[in-house]
Design a protein around this ligand. Sequence first.
Ligand code: 13P
Length: 252
Amino acid sequence: MRRPFIAGNWKMNLDRASAVALAEGLVKKAAGTDGVDIAICPPSLYLDAVAAAVAGSNVALGAQDMYHEPKGAFTGEISGAMLCDIGCKYVILGHSERRHVLGETDEDINKKVLAALEVGLLPIVCVGELLSDRKSGTTMEVIRRQFEGSLAGISAEQMQQITIAYEPVWAIGTGEVATPQQAEEVHLDLRKIMVQRYNDEVAEVVRIQYGGSVKPDNAAELIGQPNIDGALVGGAALKVDSFIGIIAGAGS
Ligand code: 13P
């Protein structure tokens, strides 16, 4: 059985003091929770401070992005090795805001996924359709293209290190959550893509998170679907009680 995985994506929010306070609050309230993997992904600048706050706890640290080159003249960028150095276990790659606001392509994301695996980071690779894709009936075409492009050249063994996050763009930060049936349909299709591309074992072990307006009151029903293995949470990850509420929903 796949263990539920709840990750908080703090995006470009909080200041140093509130990031540390949030991490400390989560560590306290999540202590003793087992059966659910938990991670938080603060802004890069606060990773170090948050790493200290979560050290020795069951809350793991993740980054929101990284650059694919290991080092050198890449002003403003951060490498996978640097993320490992400060204690990151996970890295979110190909988030819709990076795709649609910052212009990242599947090819860019693919380079990052390969580089992350190279240094032992566990990638959370995001895919998701725009509202216009859903309206025109091309959701699965878009998801398949993102999956194949972002994960080109990934072996069956490497695939098992990866978490997929299905985040319909129209549901991110809008309060408009996909219905459990809508999300489950895409998750099931993603699993079928993995069976075709890899094998049954890979499709069985890879976790697929849902992301997009997940809140304590909708988490349990979403995560209760057979192919939804957790959540990638934005807004509701910025408060201790709502994030803990979602974790509780995943464990129920
Ligand atoms: P919200 O939970 O705020 O909709 O954000 C989802 C998301 O983008 C997580 O990566």
